[in-house]
Write a protein that binds this ligand. Sequence first.
Ligand code: FE
Length: 253
Amino acid sequence: MANIELFNRGGHRNILLEDFDPRGLAVQANQHVVVHGDSAMILDPGGHKIYSRVLSETFHVIGRAKLTHIFLSHQDPDIVAAINGWLMTTDAEAYISGLWIRFVPHFGVDHLVAERLKPIPDEGMIFNLGGAPLLALPAHFLHSEGNFQLYDPTSKILYTGDLGASIGAPYVAVTDFDAHLRYIEGFHRRYMTSRRVMRAWADMVRPLDIEIIAPQHGAYFQGKALVQRFIDWCAQLDCGIDLITQTFKVPSY
Ligand code: FE
């Protein structure tokens, strides 16, 4: 599989990097790069196993642009484990929820680069990528307690992190939402916190102009119809603590 250009207009590009470990032990993960003019951002760069390949591919796709931002949606190892390497080899600033700032150093962050790891406040923030705005939207409890999604108003792509993630779907873009449900249902029922949070998220993103929903694992949703279907599905899903009482039983011994 090669890199996929999700958007390319007026010096603004959104690239989904080639899958670097599709059948490995580690869960498949997507790395996304946004380039605007001379500046670039990588989203959720990943762990050690793919680090060197993602790094060289990122430099390749951004060309003469400079990596200025690293966006970390939350604290999981498939997102943040190799952050020290990224900070050591670039001048970029990395952003993660303020809740995780003092936990990330457990992955190993040298003092030399520690001040370039910056907190995102609970209410989110707006990044300036070479003049283009990128919005960090609060998406807490979906699934992490300190969790952000990234909305790019130029390309109209909403990067949703673990929300929308699919495991094992044999395609990169969803075409049939109903057929896709089997790849997303179990994951969302267990990992997402509750229907109340899902609905709050749906209410927040419905007014946005979204062409693509791009999760951090598995296939993306392209086109207004699929985007709408996915948001509607989220808004009505019983998940997380809605269902957990069924699981709380002492295992028999
Ligand atoms: Fe996660």
